[in-house]
Ligand binder design. Structure first.
Ligand code: NAP
Length: 296
């Protein structure tokens, strides 16, 4: 079965391609935006890199043709000059859904975020909520998977932990007291492939979190200990960080904003975990941390 993946060079995409490469029955059309990104993808006989653009649904459809399921991963948390939530999260989703409809794909899987809501006052959550609505109103049936912070080799979350340990000190927003539900990126990929294989009728939204809620400061300590290191913890008051981010982001036209800080420091809560529904056995957090250390 052919699966098309957008944002295939993302941290989730690279891991998903690894799962597909090890599977004898799947073929992955790996959509990326540049030749450089295509050259960096894992090489395997059943991975077909394609350079795609989200500006032209007809050409996007041509690139994804043959896929029975489209997995839409492209998306951003941090805006930059020329890359807004509107273009990366909303318009790219519209183009992908339109392309999926044109090629007669049976199903779309979309990776979203906990708290996504088209009525949210947070622009990131709003854009992900709008993308969910676009996916849900489209022709093909769909599975939306809302996730907390993702951990695994190459993820932004893992890179932040590695940076903190290598510096030996970490200045944590609000002292890192916010509680997360880190999800192993391999578990997310297993869930994506379950949905891609099952292609259930209708539109489904799931929340999928990791097995253990943990305050960020405890996560940093636990990761450091697993590496046999110590990290000195400092605290940056959230209001100061937001003030600084507000000024810096206005000057630079992107980067860390007060709204991104709200996302990072928000408690991650899950009403009903979809691990069983999506056929996933959640990886214990310590095992996820060991995987990051092995790959570093
Ligand atoms: N990482 C997390 O903790 C987390 C948590 C919740 C949800 N998610 C969601 O999961 C998905 C994958 O996350 P990730 O962390 O693996 O992503 P990532 O590594 O940050 O990669 C982002 C991807 O989005 C693409 N992209 C950026 N700007 C774009 C634009 N304007 N138009 C189209 N594509 C654009 C990038 O392509 P280029 O390389 O060409 O820029 C890249 O393929 C995203 O939708 C993200 O919102 C992630």
């Amino acid at each position: 079965m052919k699966i098309a993946i957008t944002g295939a060079n993302s941290a989730v995409g690279q891991t998903l391609l690894g799962h597909i490469a090890r599977d004898g029955e799947l073929v992955g059309i790996a959509g990326v935006r540049s030749k450089t990104a295509a050259d960096g993808l894992p090489a395997a006989p059943n991975i077909v890199p394609r350079v795609i653009s989200y500006d032209d649904p007809a050409r996007l459809a041509e690139a994804l043709a043959g896929a029975r399921c489209v997995v839409h991963l492209a998306g951003i948390l941090i805006e930059a000059r020329g890359t807004s939530y509107e273009s990366a999260n909303v318009e790219a989703s519209r183009a992908v859904v339109e392309a999926a409809r044109r090629i007669g794909a049976e199903h779309v899987v979309f990776v979203s975020v906990l708290g996504a809501d088209p009525r949210s006052s947070n622009r990131y959550l709003k854009s992900k909520g709008e993308a969910e609505r676009i996916v849900g109103e489209a022709g093909p049936s769909s599975t939306v998977i809302r996730t907390p912070i993702l951990l695994g080799p190459g993820t932004a979350g893992a890179n932040a932990l590695l940076r903190a340990v290598s510096k030996g000190k970490a200045s944590l927003l609000g002292g890192g007291r916010y509680v997360m539900r880190p999800l192993d990126v391999d578990d997310l990929c297993a869930a994506i492939l379950t949905a891609a294989r099952a292609r259930p009728q209708g539109h489904h939204t799931h929340e999928l979190g990791g097995p253990e809620p943990i305050a960020y400061r405890d996560l940093v300590q636990r990761f450091a200990r697993a590496m046999g290191k110590e990290v000195a913890m400092g605290a940056v008051p959230v209001w100061i960080a937001k003030l600084a981010a507000g000024i810096a982001s206005r000057l630079s036209g992107g980067g860390m904003t007060p709204q991104v800080i709200d996302i990072i420091t928000g408690h991650e809560e899950i009403a009903e975990n979809a691990d069983a529904a999506l056929g996933v056995r959640l990886t214990p957090l310590d095992e996820t941390l060991r995987k990051i250390i092995r790959s570093a």
